[in-house]
Design a protein around this ligand. Sequence first.
Ligand SMILES: [Zn+2]
Length: 231
Amino acid sequence: MATESQNIYLTKKQKLKCQKCYAPILLGAAFVGETEKSKGTCFTCSDFVDYPLLPPGNAALTRRSKKHSALCGVLLAWNQRRKRFERKGQYVEAIAIEKAKLECAADQKTRDLKNEKAAVVRVKQDAVYIENFALAIREFYPSCPVKREFDIAKHACEKYSGRVGRTANAKKFDKHMIDLAVEAHIRHLETNYDSQFGKGKRKKEIRSDIKFDVSRTMMKWRQKKILSLFD
Ligand SMILES: [Zn+2]
């Protein structure tokens, strides 16, 4: 049977009350309820009062300890910057954590191997992605200097990480994304942009100074190569 899951909010509200003991639940204290808007209790009045908190970070341990526990209280804290609640661990039975730890220890090697294989696959996928990105750059900027499309693609891929689930399909690359990557590359490698800092100029000013040079180079790279019969 699936373990019943319950949200526990480190509340961002000021005026919550426990439905059992009627004590006020202060800002940042644990509120056990479906949402912050629904009725709920303080932590002491909840079923989780004797449960230990398992911190996040070990996916297998999290999953398995939940499976072995009668109840699972998911601790959520408000992230003001991201404007959302985020997991801070889970309250599960102590015995469930012990069982899960044993299971994890038993198949640690198998899981390590699986993770290693997955990492290798990711590296390969990244290589395919970079290759396709480079091809797309070459398509839009046919006069870009030889092999430079790979430098641009590599750099752009490092910069914009979080590439989970992206498809390695060159046709899916957005023209705007390619333009931005090429523009950044030209700015740093084809102009004196980087050497202008620290001379009392603002970034905006420096960017505006080199704007024309960047546009000109972009235009040059965009031009189709004219095939010569005498090459
Ligand atoms: Zn209470």
